[in-house]
Design a protein around this ligand. Structure first.
Ligand SMILES: NC(=O)c1ccc[n+]([C@@H]2O[C@H](COP(=O)([O-])OP(=O)(O)OC[C@H]3O[C@@H](n4cnc5c(N)ncnc54)[C@H](OP(=O)(O)O)[C@@H]3O)[C@@H](O)[C@H]2O)c1
Length: 332
């Protein structure tokens, strides 16, 4: 093959905020697949906030990326070659590995996609890991109920936009928190959220209180920081909090959390989760979400950047809200 494998590596560990200097692009020959592996040409790369954690050396629920290694990430890809015969050249699969143009992946780790059933990129966002996270967080933890108020932060993003739509289907009043009037208008007018509050407004805590006149019964936490501080006083007795992410703090800006006496006084249920804690959620959500997409009742939006070389810029932008929808890189 004459093409080279463009790869984006971790060049250095950030102390505080990550910048473009922490990434390095290299061109190498494509990998040679070993027995049992397929050679994949990546078409679309998913960029997700968790990748910022992989750039740190600190202990977490997953291993860090080593300096000099390719950045971790999932792609939808097309098969170039599979000597095992499981896949034909050109087949679409989920399971490409890393911020790179090609990877060689064991065939048992690949999921074949039907591009006529749903656009391949949907498997990185609305039907993929982020959508599954929204499903698991809502059905297992936040448990929105009819007549109650459900609030989700980072509401226009990959996880939050799906969580709000699920909460409405479960009968709750869904209030989103998002950055800016355009994102809020989209959530209200196109996704059917009952209300949305702009966390960049100077009087955000007052606006949130006005949008939740009966308090908050369940909260899907994606952000932390100042947003969390505004949400906390509004939680009702016996409220459920699904702690999914704290993206406001991923660049190192750690914030003091709420005093836990509120957990006692209000008898709150607070639980952090990683989507893989709920292995049954992925197949259930894939089938449920696909049905809702087909009948037009589940909506989503993607923010697609062209060119793998632009992945670091798109990634850093996502961490500060420059994305509008699921962040994806089209590998041209
Ligand atoms: N637990 C799990 O298994 C799991 C799985 C997937 C994702 N997550 C978490 O879910 C959260 C959302 O992920 P996603 O993929 O859907 O990302 P996303 O919402 O598509 O993108 C991140 C968004 O975070 C918001 N944000 C960033 N800094 C903020 C700040 N200081 N204050 C308020 N909002 C801020 C921005 O939206 P605005 O423009 O609205 O500010 C930005 O668009 C992340 O915390 C992620 O780590 C967890």
């Amino acid at each position: 093959m004459t093409e080279t494998n463009l790869r984006i590596l971790l060049a250095a560990r950030p102390e505080g905020a990550a910048t473009l200097d922490h990434f390095r692009a290299v061109e190498e020959p494509p990998p040679a697949p070993r027995p049992g592996e397929a050679l994949l040409r990546h078409r679309f790369l998913s960029l997700d906030p968790y990748m910022r954690g992989r750039m740190n050396a600190s202990k977490s629920y997953a291993k860090p990326v080593e300096i000099g290694d390719v950045m971790e990430g999932q792609s939808v890809a097309q098969v170039v070659e599979d000597l095992s015969g499981t896949f034909a050249p050109g087949d679409w699969v989920l399971g490409g590995k890393g911020w790179q143009r090609f990877s060689a992946v064991p065939v048992h780790a690949l999921v074949k996609l039907d591009p006529d059933a749903a656009p391949p990129t949907a498997h990185l966002g609305v039907l993929g890991m982020p959508g599954t996270t929204a499903w698991a967080g809502c059905t297992e933890l936040a448990q929105p109920r009819p007549g109650e108020t459900f609030v989700v932060s980072a509401a226009s993003g990959a996880v939050g936009s799906v969580a709000g739509q699920i909460a409405r289907r479960m009968g709750a009043r869904a209030v989103g928190i998002a950055g800016g009037p355009d994102k809020c208008a989209y959530l209200r007018d196109e996704l059917g959220f009952d209300d949305c509050v702009d966390h960049r407004a100077p009087d955000f805590p007052e606006r949130l209180a006005a949008a939740c006149p009966d308090g908050i019964d369940s909260y899907f936490e994606n952000v932390g920081g100042a947003v969390q501080q505004a949400v906390w006083p509004l939680l009702n007795d016996f409220a459920r909090v699904a702690v999914c992410g704290m993206v406001a703090e991923y660049q190192g800006d750690l914030q003091p959390g709420p005093n836990l006496s509120s957990v006692l006084r209000k008898r709150l249920t607070l639980r952090g989760f990683i989507v893989s804690d709920f292995p049954r959620a992925a197949p259930t959500w894939r089938a449920t979400g696909a049905r809702w997409l087909r009948d037009g009742t589940l909506k989503y939006r993607e923010d697609v950047t062209r060119g793998l070389e632009n992945a670091p810029t798109a990634f850093l932008g996502m961490l500060t809200g420059k994305n509008f929808g699921k962040t994806i890189v089209e590998i041209t």
